[in-house]
Design a protein around this ligand. Sequence first.
Ligand code: SAM
Ligand code: SF4
Length: 457
Amino acid sequence: MMSSDQNVFGKKLYIESYGCAMNFSDSEIVASILTASGYATTRNEEEAQVVLINTCSIRDNAELRVRNRLNHFNVRKRKQPGLVVGILGCMAERLKSTLLEEEKIVDLVVGPDAYRDLPLLIEQVEGGQKAVNVLLSREETYAEINPVRLDNSGVTSFVSIMRGCDNMCSFCVVPFTRGRERSRDPETIVHEVKYLFEQGYREVTLLGQNVDSYRWNITKKGEIIEPGKSTVNFAQLLELVALVSPQIRVRFSTSHPKDMVDEVLHTMARHHNICKYIHLPVQSGSSSVLERMNRGYSREWYLDRIAAIRRIMPDCAISTDIITGFCGETEAEHAETASLMREVGYEFAYMFKYSERPKTLAERKFKDDIPEAIKQQRLEEIIQIQHESSHQRNIQAVGKVFEVLIEGNSKKSDKSLHGRNSQNQVVVFERGNHQKGTYVNVKITACTSATLIGEVV
Ligand code: SAM
Ligand code: SF4
């Protein structure tokens, strides 16, 4: 969840975001569009005339959270009848105008490609009508919009480099809610990163559902669209961004195992400021499950990509996403996921129970036949494996020295600061005279399963 204060003039807008980093980044685009129309963002929902909820549809419980939140705004709307309540993002796109019927307090439903229309749609609502725009676009990337930063830590920021997804993994609703894949003009990306650097930011995370298929002026088949103009692939984009300054760190998410090429790994190895951390969602360790998931790779292919990362960047950290209890998953298939996790030894993993989503390939083709209790049991088992693996990785870090970018106060004590190393591990150390947004070298002296503890050297 996120909201923000920007200035004190104009009508007040309160935005809440759920789900992935892309949604948080989109909320900053929305804030920028509405700020240009005279709105001011606020962190205090009580003083807002417009409340926007940027929603997630990835699992059923993500949608339930939003429905519960709407009950809360329902109470507010009774006290303040002029309050405009809008639903943005994936739920808006998935449910369209039925949301207006199901949730009476909702005035506005706007999909991820229609945010430029928000000022007009809000006017329409203020004129007494309900408003919906859920048109998906093949071109919209909000390329030239400079997002209003809502999470004003002032050190790290997301930068969207592409939108949509063409992959059609059988479990996933994203291709339906976010439309076709399209890449953003690299010049506008570099311009945004330069601007962030000048504002004092020291880390950017380049965002896309499948960053490895980023391409500018090239078709999927590799043909040049406009001869005479330069082409840019993901490895080249990474390099362009890394060259903005050696003082700005570059991260990216998400890589797709079927598309991750060695060129990207070599580019990462060449630049100290491209963080040695890759999020490479595997989903399952079983080739037969991966085939049902339509992921486009096998267990062997995935392990070959892991081997390439280890060969080219021995110090690179790897994290993943895993789904338990996908349609027809047998005990043996589940055991393959457990064995793959042990073999890779991930630094970190996001783990989920399979949640059937309407209209997806899996919903149409397979039965959601694994009982909830088994999904849960398998989830707990892999959480335990991951817990041990994360702890092991942290123990291996003790005694080493890492360059850490300071992000702010430690959560537990004002006397300590926290930051992350290139491998994305959280490091806590004594404050001393050190400042947020600067780099320090920290020797690790102890650890928990989630945090490294150290002293500045
Ligand atoms: N594009 C990214 C990729 O391909 O890895 C991930 C996008 S999705 C927002 C994040 C994660 O949610 C996925 O990697 C997957 O593990 C999980 N997920 C997606 N659909 C799901 C579903 N129906 N049930 C459970 N988990 C799901
Ligand atoms: Fe969903 Fe697959 Fe696209 Fe990721 S790559 S967003 S999991 S369809």
